[in-house]
Write a protein that binds this ligand. Structure first.
Ligand SMILES: O=C(O)[C@@H](O)C(=O)CO
Ligand SMILES: [Mg+2]
Length: 260
């Protein structure tokens, strides 16, 4: 059965961040995910999560200064020190919330950067982080993000590019974050890709396309795809990472069969 997680960065945004946990639970979600829990103390986040009876399915390692344009920086040779320090921060929040999956963001690469040097930095940083979190049973996931609409310049936007990095890293606790929306924009052929990549998929996220709104608002046949993913044997969480077309609650009709 498809197990949905509410993405608290994009859902229930009419509420302050800490109040979104209770709202997600009231809507029937059993798990949540978000980009950045770091604006609140780890223990406070964990308390709200526990009080709502939720599991933290995933959050990102500290992604840098989002408002200034950062989308992670793990590939940036000039920020290796900052990346090292961010591992401890991520671990503190992961331990407090018992979160077992962290999204490591590579960042945006300038057009004139030395791609080989950035790739080497990324691989070294992923290994460092993967080894640091392995003892806590944590998996790092890497996400191909579309560079056509959402994050122009992001380091990788294809599943093959991320799979290549995962192979070069060579750590069992580094997997693929398959965001159905991003990979529909960049590649299509979703069901076949998921089937092929399944052994390496550590987390799935969804939104429809175009518009990045809820399932049913666009061209992706989620009524067929979600049962297919289930039938293939995927047992992880599916993060609802979309911008509701109206309000979160009004737009949850599609999810009713999967919510408690
Ligand atoms: O799809 C996304 O945008 C996210 O999963 C993310 O981690 C931040 O960009
Ligand atoms: Mg995503």
């Amino acid at each position: 059965m498809t197990r949905l997680a509410a993405n608290l960065t994009m859902l229930f945004t009419d509420l302050p961040f800490l109040d979104r946990f209770a709202a997600a639970a009231a809507a029937g979600f059993k798990a949540v995910e978000c980009v950045s829990p770091y604006g609140e103390p780890a223990e406070t986040v964990a308390e709200r999560m526990r009080a709502a009876g939720l599991t933290f399915a995933l959050f990102n390692m500290p992604p840098g200064d989002w408002a200034a344009g950062d989308r992670g920086y793990a590939a940036n040779p000039a920020r290796a020190e900052e990346f090292r320090a961010s591992i401890e921060t991520a671990l503190t929040y992961a331990r407090a919330t018992s979160c077992k999956t962290l999204h490591l963001m590579a960042g945006k690469i300038p057009v004139d950067a030395d791609r080989a040097a950035w790739t080497a930095t990324l691989i070294a940083n992923i290994r460092l982080a993967a080894d640091a979190v392995a003892g806590d049973g944590i998996t790092l996931v890497l996400e191909p993000i579309n560079t056509r609409v959402d994050i122009p310049g992001y380091f990788y936007d294809r599943s093959a590019a991320v799979m290549d990095i995962i192979e070069q890293v060579g750590r069992d606790n580094v997997q693929l974050l398959f965001d159905i929306y991003h990979l529909q924009v960049m590649e299509g052929d979703l069901a076949r890709s998921i089937e092929r990549l399944l052994p390496k998929i550590g987390h799935i996220q969804l939104a429809d396309n175009p518009g990045r709104h809820e399932p049913g608002s666009g061209e992706i046949n989620f009524g067929w795809l979600l049962p297919r993913i289930d039938a293939l044997g995927y047992e992880g969480w599916v993060g609802c990472e979309y911008a509701p077309a109206t309000t979160t609650t009004e737009g949850l009709g599609w999810a009713r069969p999967y919510l408690g």
